[in-house]
Design a protein around this ligand. Structure first.
Ligand code: KIV
Ligand code: NA
Length: 277
């Protein structure tokens, strides 16, 4: 099948085909995700926690995102490449947001950007789409608001919060988003939003009734250090495999079992003997 575009993402919903999205932060994993045939690859600002070792995503800079997006770009041929706009790059002014998104597209090679939240962000979405930059919205748990929220928990459980999220979702669709990520919201609310919108919803911890799903690559591959959220399924234990491989390597070097002659280069016949003279 051909390249994934904004148009084919929108068509997927009409055709009832679930969208597959996964994060990637570097060239080798971008190649693997693309080869696996995922529809959308997200250079998430989860980069901060997952790859750069920060406690939250608020430390991630625009330069970080551009740098990693460029690496991922080189590994992606078919999937649609989306890059997160990092903390505070779309709140100071519409102009600043346009400039930041422009860098992710122009320098990074992203085909779309993702922004957390609604409210004043809605106008930014409108201006980005007007400028020809496709936008993915993001509602529910907004990790860039971790300090305001005081932690990571399910959003939209009560009626008032749920109504606000539904209104925000409609506003983002009207402003021009072509897809909407829903993070850690009750299954029932995600189902309602998915029915209400024409654009596809992409859930993470939002239940099976979304139009697509996204997971953090390192969660699904078993590469995440420490606790993994309950909504993630681990499809492999690459962290354990990597640790075992490194332990065997260390043991082999210490016991002189590696390297062997197989891993060595040789001089032409007689040269070594003459050198020893
Ligand atoms: O940064 C990220 O990985 C994300 C996904 C969880 C949607 O925003
Ligand atoms: Na993110």
């Amino acid at each position: 099948s051909g390249r994934v575009t904004v148009r084919t993402v929108l068509e997927s919903k009409q055709q009832g085909r679930p969208l597959v999205m996964v994060t990637a932060y570097d060239y080798p994993f971008a190649r693997l995700a693309d080869a696996a045939g995922v529809d959308m690859i997200l250079v998430g600002d989860s980069l901060g926690n997952v790859v750069l070792g920060y406690p939250t995503t608020v430390s991630v800079t625009l330069d970080d995102m551009v740098h990693h997006t460029r690496a991922v770009r080189r590994g992606v041929q078919r999937a649609l490449l989306v890059a997160d706009m990092p903390f505070l790059t779309f709140h100071l002014s519409v102009e600043e947001a346009l400039r930041a998104a422009g860098r992710l597209v122009q320098e990074g090679g992203a085909e779309a950007v993702k922004l957390e939240g609604a409210g004043r962000v809605v106008e930014v979405v409108d201006r980005l789409t007007e400028a020809g930059i496709p936008v993915v919205g993001h509602l529910g748990l907004l990790p860039q608001r971790v300090h305001a929220l005081g932690g990571y928990r399910v959003q939209g459980r009560d009626e008032e919060e749920a109504r606000r999220l539904l209104d925000d979702a409609v506003a983002l669709e009207q402003a021009g988003c072509f897809a909407l990520v829903l993070e850690m919201v009750p299954r029932e609310l995600a189902a309602l939003v998915s029915r209400r919108l024409r654009i596809p919803t992409i859930g993470i911890g939002a239940g099976p009734d979304c139009d697509g799903q996204v997971l953090v690559l390192h969660d699904l591959l078993g590469l995440t250090q420490g606790r993994v959220p309950r909504f993630a399924r681990r499809y492999a234990e690459l962290g354990r495999l990597a640790l075992e491989a490194l332990q065997r390597y260390a043991a082999d070097v210490r016991s002189r079992a590696f390297p062997t002659d197989e891993h060595s280069y040789h001089m032409a016949a007689g040269v070594a003997e003459r050198l020893q003279g």
